[in-house]
Design a protein around this ligand. Structure first.
Ligand code: ADP
Ligand code: NA
Length: 330
């Protein structure tokens, strides 16, 4: 495959992806299959860095994989696998940790944010070295492009630094990955607090739409989303963050432009707008839920797909790691 290689991963840290994950990340993974040679990973090694329950992790790993298949990741053309099934990730992370400065790792702001929120289990050494494991994830696949939002920019910068450092110390080994910028319009905010991003740690369950929740519930959440009092469907992130968020969701799910939606709802208030958007959400979620359920109802098939994915992943990561081992002197 001569197309550029893309790598991305998602943590199995919830029982469902939410609409922000879908529109901001996963849907773009699906689209990139048209133009890139794609490697996608459910990063369960990353998911144990802040404390976890084994049975919950096992379930969430499978549900995450099933959802990725359900939204359109094609395991015939992309490599889809579970990180812990490919031991090269942990091996690569060790090598990279030995060329990472302690001060350099300490500057990663996500660790500071996450560890300051929790107790001892929230500040494990694994959480501290998380960006180094992430660098291994990326570098093991000779990755050309990594889709990144603002929150992951610093981690990709570290991956690039480590690749360059390894190459200059030990000889050309790793491809230096470039960011594939995901546009701002993909940022989805909380339905009840449109100044905060939609997140699984949302303060209100009504602020977040889960891909796998009852679509009737999603419709209700859209209809009761926080907007403003001037009843004009217009895109203005500063003055109208709630309506702007609904417009972004509507545009992304329907394929219509925001300008076209503004025209359609001119002079009609928020009632029709929300009702129609609620219908669009239900239309998109229902088939995703059906396909996810089909994968979860056939555990043997899901296992087979993931085992084949892990095998394909190792066929790439194994030789890259062997190259690094050789350069290191192993
Ligand atoms: P959460 O913020 O809910 O914990 P994660 O950090 O696990 O979600 O994010 C998984 C992926 O989804 C990342 O690529 C992240 O950038 C993307 N993502 C998460 N929340 C949003 C959002 N509200 N809007 C757009 N993209 C998002
Ligand atoms: Na996040």
């Amino acid at each position: 495959d001569s197309r550029p290689r893309v790598f991305s991963g998602i943590q199995p840290t919830a029982d469902s992806f939410h609409l922000g994950n879908y529109l901001g990340a996963v849907r773009n993974w699906v689209a990139m299959q048209e133009s890139h040679d794609c490697v996608y990973c459910v990063v369960d090694l990353h998911a144990i860095t802040a404390g976890h329950d084994p049975e919950v992790l096992r379930r969430r790993t499978r549900v995450s994989a099933a959802q990725l298949l359900a939204v359109g990741i094609d395991p015939k053309t992309s490599v889809l696998f579970v990180q812990s099934q490919v031991p090269e990730h942990a091996q690569g992370a060790w090598i990279l940790s030995c060329i990472t400065g302690f001060g350099e790792a300490s500057r990663m702001t996500q660790f500071k944010d996450k560890s300051s929120k929790g107790g001892e289990s929230q500040s494990s050494v694994g959480l501290f070295t998380y960006p180094i494991l992430q660098a291994a994830d990326i570098l093991l696949y000779d990755t050309d492009a990594v889709p990144v939002g603002e929150d992951q920019r610093q981690h990709l910068e570290l991956s690039r630094d480590l690749a360059q450092r390894f190459n200059s110390r030990f000889g050309e080994t790793f491809v230096v990955p470039k960011p594939h910028i995901v546009t701002d319009t993909a940022k989805i905010t909380d339905l009840q607090d449109p100044t905060a991003k939609m997140s699984k740690s949302a303060s209100s369950p009504n602020g977040i739409i889960d891909l796998l929740e009852d679509p009737k519930r999603s419709a209700k959440k859209i209809r009761s989303a926080v907007t403003d009092s001037d009843a004009e469907v217009r895109y203005d992130v500063e003055k109208k963050p709630g309506v702007s968020n609904l417009l972004r969701i509507y545009a992304a799910l329907s394929g219509r432009t925001i300008a076209d939606l503004e025209d359609s709802y001119a002079g009609r208030g928020y009632g029709d707008f929300k009702k129609d958007l609620a219908e669009v959400v239900v239309e998109v979620l229902t088939p995703i839920q059906d396909r996810t359920a089909a994968y979860l109802d056939d555990p043997a098939e899901l296992d087979r797909v993931l085992a084949a994915g892990a095998e394909s992943a190792r066929a790439i990561a194994g030789p890259v790691l062997a190259r690094a081992y050789d350069r290191i002197g192993f």
